[in-house]
Ligand binder design. Structure first.
Ligand code: NAP
Length: 435
C-alpha cells in the first residue's frame, strides 16, 4: 500500500545529523517528487538537551522532538527509518540491532562500526527482512558503495586505489605545495576542522583501513577482517622526502590499496610515492578519490569531498530516499553482503613493492657500491639514484628499487644497516609503478 508519510528518527544531531535535517527540510519538495511520499524527521537522539543548537532555530516548526532516551526512537511504531549518525561502535551497534529487531530500516554513516561488525549487522538485517544502507561511511559525499554494489557489479574488480582520508591528504598537500613541516600542517588542519583534536586514527592510517575494508569487501566479494589490513602512518614523512620525490617525478600520498591476485587479496594503507602523471597525484587538500580497474569497464575514478556536514548528508539522504522507495514498492530483499566468502589475505612480507629509501652514509668512495652489493645479494635491482646532499663528511643517498618481494628488501636492509659506512636509514616509502 502506498504510504503518504515516512518518518525518520535520527540517532545524533551533530555535524552529519544537522546536515541531514537541513537537507531533508530544504529539499522536501524534490524528495517528495522523487519518491511520491512526504519524508520527515520526527525525533532526534542527543546526549544533552541543554546544548545550544542553532539548527533548531532554523527549523523551529518542523515538529522535531529531541530526546536523550534511545527507546523513544527505537520503539516508536511510527518511525520507519532509523538514521545512525552518532558515532561510537558498541552503543551504535546495540541501537542499530534493536532498530532492526523492531522492523526498522537503518541508514548509517559509521565506518568504524560497519568495518568491524558489518557482517553481523547484515545477517541480522536479513533475518528481519530489512536492509542497512551505509553510503556515507566511505568517501562522504562521493558515491562509492552503490557504484561498487550495483553499477559495477558485472565486473571482476582487479584493483582499487584511493585517497580516502581527507586529514592526511590535507597535511601532505600543504607540506608539498608550501613546504610546511608536518606539525604546522597538522595544526592548520585542526584549526580548519579537517583534523580531529585527537588525530591518531587518521594519521596512523586506521580510518583509511576501515574504509578500505568496507570498499574491498564489496569489490572482491569477501568478508574482510579490518585487522588484516596493513597500515602505516604518515608521521615520518618529511618535507625532505617530499622534495626528493618531486625531483624523481612523484608526489607522496597516503594510499589505500586493494588488489586481487591468484594468491589472495592484498590490502594495505601506507604513504606512497605516486607518479605525478597518475590521476590520484592531483587530488589535493581535503578531497578524496577512488581509482579502480574492472575487467569490463576499465579504469574509473570517483572524486569529491570525503567529509563535511552537507556532503555527508547528501549520501545519507540518498540512502534514505532509497529506503523510502523500497518501502513504497514493498521491496524486502535484506542485505546482499551476507553472501560473501572470506578470501585469503597475502601477508605483507610476501607482497611485491617498489621502494624509495633515503639514507645517510660516510661521504667516501665505495659506499654506494657496498649498498648496491647488499641489494644485489637479495636480487633487489635499483631504478633511480640521487646522491647530492653532503655535510660534514656525510652524504645523503636516495634510491628507488625495482619491484621486489618485501621480505627480500628488508633482509637486504638489515645487512645495509650493518655496514660501517651507513650513518642512518632516514626513511622508507613504497612507490607506485609508473604506467
Ligand atoms: N563529520 C563528518 O564529516 C563525517 C563524514 C562521514 C562519516 N561521519 C560519521 O558520522 C557519524 C557522526 O559524526 P559527526 O561528525 O556528526 O559527529 P558529532 O558532530 O560528534 O555528532 C554526534 C551526535 O550524536 C550524539 N550522540 C553521540 N553519542 C551519543 C549517545 N551515546 N547518546 C545520545 N546521543 C549521542 C551527540 O549528541 P550531543 O549533540 O548532545 O553531543 C551529537 O548530536 C560518525 O560515525 C562519523 O564517523 C562523519
Amino acid at each position: 500500500m502506498q504510504r503518504q508519510v515516512i518518518n525518520i528518527g535520527l540517532l545524533g544531531l551533530g555535524t552529519v545529523g544537522s546536515g541531514v535535517l537541513q537537507l531533508i527540510t530544504n529539499n522536501r519538495s524534490e524528495i517528495t517528487a522523487k519518491t511520491g511520499v512526504k519524508t520527515q524527521v520526527t525525533k532526534a537522539l542527543v546526549r544533552s538537551l541543554d546544548k545550544k543548537r542553532p539548527i533548531l532555530n532554523r527549523y523551529k516548526n518542523t515538529g522535531l522532538e529531541l530526546t536523550t532516551d534511545p527507546a523513544e526512537i527505537l520503539n516508536d511504531p511510527d518511525i520507519d527509518i532509523v538514521v545512525e549518525v552518532m558515532g561510537s561502535v558498541k552503543t551504535a551497534k546495540d541501537y542499530i540491532s534493536q532498530a532492526l529487531k523492531n522492523g526498522k530500516y537503518v541508514v548509517t554513516a559509521n565506518k568504524d562500526l560497519m568495518a568491524q561488525h558489518g557482517y553481523e549487522l547484515f545477517t541480522l538485517a536479513k533475518k528481519h527482512q530489512r536492509s542497512i544502507y551505509y553510503e556515507a561511511s566511505v568517501g562522504g559525499g562521493i558515491p562509492l558503495i552503490r557504484p561498487l554494489k550495483n553499477c559495477l557489479a558485472a565486473n571482476k574488480i582487479q584493483s582499487l586505489m584511493g585517497i580516502i582520508n581527507g586529514t592526511t591528504n590535507y597535511i601532505l598537500t600543504q607540506m608539498t605545495l608550501y613546504e610546511k613541516d608536518f606539525a604546522t600542517a597538522l595544526a592548520e588542519a585542526q584549526a580548519k576542522g579537517f583534523a580531529e583534536q585527537e588525530p591518531s586514527s587518521d594519521l596512523e592510517g586506521k580510518d583509511a583501513a576501515y574504509k578500505l575494508a568496507i570498499l574491498a569487501s564489496l569489490a572482491f566479494n569477501s568478508r574482510i577482517d579490518v585487522n588484516q589490513v596493513y597500515t602505516e602512518s604518515i608521521n615520518e614523512i618529511s618535507v625532505r622526502d617530499i622534495m626528493y620525490a618531486k625531483q624523481l617525478g612523484f608526489v607522496i600520498k597516503l594510499l589505500a590499496i586493494g588488489e586481487e591476485t591468484a594468491d589472495g587479496l592484498s590490502l594495505r594503507v601506507h604513504p606512497t610515492l605516486v607518479p605525478t602523471n597518475h590521476p590520484l597525484a592531483s587530488v589535493q587538500n581535503e578531497f578524496n578519490a577512488l581509482f579502480l580497474e574492472g575487467d569490463a569497464v576499465g579504469e574509473v575514478m570517483f572524486y569529491g569531498r570525503g567529509a563535511g556536514s552537507m556532503p555527508t548528508a547528501s549520501a545519507v539522504v540518498a540512502d534514505i530516499i532509497e529506503v523510502v522507495r523500497s518501502i513504497n514498492h514493498e521491496v524486502r530483499n535484506g542485505s546482499i553482503e551476507t553472501t560473501y566468502t572470506a578470501k585469503p589475505i597475502i601477508p605483507m612480507k610476501k607482497q611485491t613493492s617498489k621502494f624509495y629509501l633515503r639514507l645517510k652514509a660516510a661521504d667516501q668512495s665505495g659506499v654506494f657500491g657496498s649498498v648496491a652489493t647488499e641489494f644485489g645479494n637479495e636480487d633487489v635491482s635499483l631504478d633511480l639514484i640521487i646522491q647530492n646532499q653532503r655535510e660534514l663528511g656525510v652524504a645523503e643517498i636516495v634510491l628507488v628499487t625495482h619491484d621486489v618481494c618485501e621480505e627480500k628488501f628488508y633482509r637486504a636492509l638489515e645487512n645495509i644497516k650493518k655496514l660501517t659506512s651507513i650513518r642512518n636509514i632516514s626513511n622508507i616509502i613504497r612507490v607506485l609503478e609508473r604506467s
